[in-house]
Design a protein around this ligand. Structure first.
Ligand SMILES: [Zn+2]
Ligand SMILES: [Zn+2]
Length: 294
């Protein structure tokens, strides 16, 4: 079984390391494939996204690496595109010209319906608190519910191949200060969203990003959500949202054990240019299998 990673950030956005260092590290790790998914440029300028002016060069660099290392690994060109209603998506002119192999759709922003302004709540707990207070008037259910409700819209409007870090809304709630994952309303929001995602054919990412950075001992999404994904036959992909070459396989072995435990023994990856189901199995995991798990 070979690993791969399609959620990576290099020096073109907020990652540390040249793209070539990522490819070399992926080869060293024995990966079958590596995909580059820099943060796509947004209408406003942010330090953590690709710059419009560098988009072409980014595409060219990734494609060149694909040619240079074609005997050792498959290299794919992607973008992680933020979902902000009314702004860029996979089919925006500038991205269509890139001939991307895939896109990751992610929600990092909340929109203030009153003003149309949007705010990034992922970057820090302070920004999360500010948005909860000023945009949602302290109503956590409106905040979290808005996050989950935006995902089916993203899937319908922007058609990403992969949904990034499905429940990253929990990232700034590790203390449990703002909501409880066990609450019925929270579970209902998740289930309503999964129901729509299951119909879309989108791949849900199983991400080790939170574990890789030491902020939680949990995948995105949580185990109970992965179980719900499995029940709905939603395809998954194992990624680490790597921001350094070393993080390319961060916590993958542990993640595979957990994915096997909820019944996932395959993941969807690009292989020879098309999405395929490939094995995802920790040593010995199949012995307890019932045969119902594929
Ligand atoms: Zn992201
Ligand atoms: Zn990312």
């Amino acid at each position: 079984m070979s690993y791969s990673n399609f959620h990576t950030h290099c020096s073109y956005c907020d990652g540390l390391g040249q793209p070539e260092e990522y490819v070399r590290q992926a080869i060293q790790y024995g990966f079958a494939a590596i995909g580059f998914s820099s943060h796509a440029p947004l209408p406003d300028s942010y330090c953590w996204t690709l710059k419009d002016a560098e988009l072409k060069e980014y595409c060219h660099t990734v494609r060149s690496l694909g040619v240079k290392y074609s005997k050792a690994i498959q290299v794919y060109l992607g973008l992680e595109i933020d979902y902000i209603p009314g702004t860029v998506g996979k089919n925006s002119d500038e991205f269509r010209a890139c001939n991307l192999d895939y896109t990751i759709g992610s929600v990092h922003f909340a929109v203030d319906d009153q003003t149309g302004r949007y705010f990034n709540w992922v970057e820090s707990e302070d920004s999360y608190i500010w948005i909860l207070k000023h945009v949602f008037r302290g109503d956590i259910r409106a905040f979290v519910g808005g996050y989950y409700k935006s995902m089916p819209n993203m899937v319908r409007e922007k058609k990403p191949d992969i949904i990034g870090h499905f429940d990253i809304i929990k990232k700034n709630n590790l203390s449990g200060n703002y909501f409880c994952e066990g609450d019925d309303w929270y579970k209902q929001e998740v289930r309503d969203t999964l129901k729509e995602i299951a119909l879309s054919g989108c791949i849900v990412e199983a991400s080790t990003a939170g574990m890789a950075r030491g902020c939680m001992n949990d995948l995105y999404p949580s185990m109970w959500i992965l179980r719900e994904c499995r029940e709905r036959n939603i395809p998954i992909i194992l990624n680490s949202d790597a921001h350094t070459p070393k993080e390319l396989n961060a916590n993958f072995e542990l993640a595979v054990k957990r994915l096997n435990a909820v019944g996932y023994f395959e993941q969807s990856v690009l292989s020879d240019g098309t999405w395929k189901q490939v094995e995802l199995t920790a040593a010995g995991a199949k012995s307890g299998q019932t045969g119902q798990n594929h």
